[in-house]
Design a protein around this ligand. Structure first.
Ligand code: FE2
Length: 154
């Protein structure tokens, strides 16, 4: 049961990371105007490409050549992003929302791996979580700067 949960969430994590690496983050980077926010997203795109490799390898080890699973949660977040008025603050909010989704998936996956006695996998997933958390902190810094610029009083 816990193993089925693990594999299903892992397949979802592979799909999410792949979508972020191939489409979502490159699209965001094209759309943002703030160079610092773009640089932060670029940096996380590099990390995300590595995450794809790591989660694919863990999935392959557990379940062979099983396909990734589409994430309705990520698709929902993308739809929410598109209905926001176009701005760097909106892009920043969208990027942060996807980090929260990834963190929720990895928290469950890492805890499940540990409960199944797969310490090395748990550790590898917690390393990914650290990078997701760092990306989220960087986005908070960008948000604070963008808000200060947008609402600065003369
Ligand atoms: Fe991420």
């Amino acid at each position: 049961m816990a193993r089925d949960l693990f594999v299903t969430q892992l397949r979802t994590a592979v799909w999410v990371e792949q979508a972020l690496a191939d489409e979502v983050l490159p699209d965001l980077i094209d759309r943002v105007g703030d160079p610092e926010l773009a640089r932060r997203l670029e940096r996380h795109l590099g990390e995300t490409r590595e995450h794809v490799r790591v989660v694919r390898a863990v999935l392959h080890e557990r379940a062979g050549s099983i396909e990734p699973l589409e994430s309705p949660a990520l698709l929902g977040l993308l739809a929410e992003h598109e209905r926001l008025p176009e701005s760097d603050l909106a892009h920043c909010a969208a990027a942060a929302a996807s980090e929260h989704l990834e963190l929720a998936l990895y928290e469950s996956l890492a805890s499940t791996a540990e409960a199944l006695g797969e310490e090395a996998v748990g550790l590898a997933l917690r390393e990914l979580m650290e990078q997701e958390s760092f990306a989220l902190e960087e986005l908070s810094r960008s948000r604070a700067k963008l808000l200060a610029e947008a609402y600065a009083r003369p």
